[in-house]
Design a protein around this ligand. Sequence first.
Ligand SMILES: Cc1cc2nc3c(=O)[nH]c(=O)nc-3n(C[C@H](O)[C@H](O)[C@H](O)COP(=O)(O)O)c2cc1C
Length: 222
Amino acid sequence: MELKAAIHGRKSIRGYKEDPVPKEILSEIIEASLRAPSAMNVQPWEITVLAGEPLEELRRMNVEKLGSGALPSSDFGHSKPFEGVHKERQRALGFELYRLLGIARDDKAKRMEWTMKGFRGFDTPAMIVLSADESVESRMAASDIGGLVQTICLVAFEYGLGTCINNQGTLFPDEVRKITGIPETKKIYLCIAIGYPDWDHPANALESERETIETMVRWVGL
Ligand SMILES: Cc1cc2nc3c(=O)[nH]c(=O)nc-3n(C[C@H](O)[C@H](O)[C@H](O)COP(=O)(O)O)c2cc1C
């Protein structure tokens, strides 16, 4: 597949078929993605692939925790609310997604139901959890893991698989560590939901917008 076609074709998939993703396919995708660059080639990422009962357990835990009113928080603390233009972009995405899903602004129950789906990692047959040793500076690890994650999503797309980078799935990190056996000395960054897209799901019609190059780039010296 041509690289630019993959970059433009990949998008977040939030509705999946139940079909399992064969371990060999997941393995090929991850193996190719391990070519992602990292600062000084330290390759700080640690990759845990979940499916079957452990993944179901993680989902049950997330739903129970969220349902009990527990406050989700990453290993790096509570996320700060976005402000200004960032808040606007976040709202535009949410507005379009809820419109496609037919969920009204004031329908708190349906919105919560959708949030729960995000915490369930969109019910994919597999999930890839990314962590790094606590000794690695989080600024470094985050950028390296970011590159790996995009690489995984692009390679998965080439295999006809959908992905959604999923912060929500790992927001009870102590519980995620217990379920997955990830040691306490590892920080959990995020996970990727991965599976075969259900193209009839309304959420998959979402085409997120991007700012123009004029808005995003300052040219200095050229
Ligand atoms: C670090 C990161 C975390 C994300 N976490 C979530 C998430 O928890 N739930 C979700 O629905 N989408 C999540 N996304 C997907 C973004 O909403 C999505 O990438 C963005 O809206 C752009 O859309 P696109 O991926 O379709 O191009 C995440 C993306 C990134 C990069």
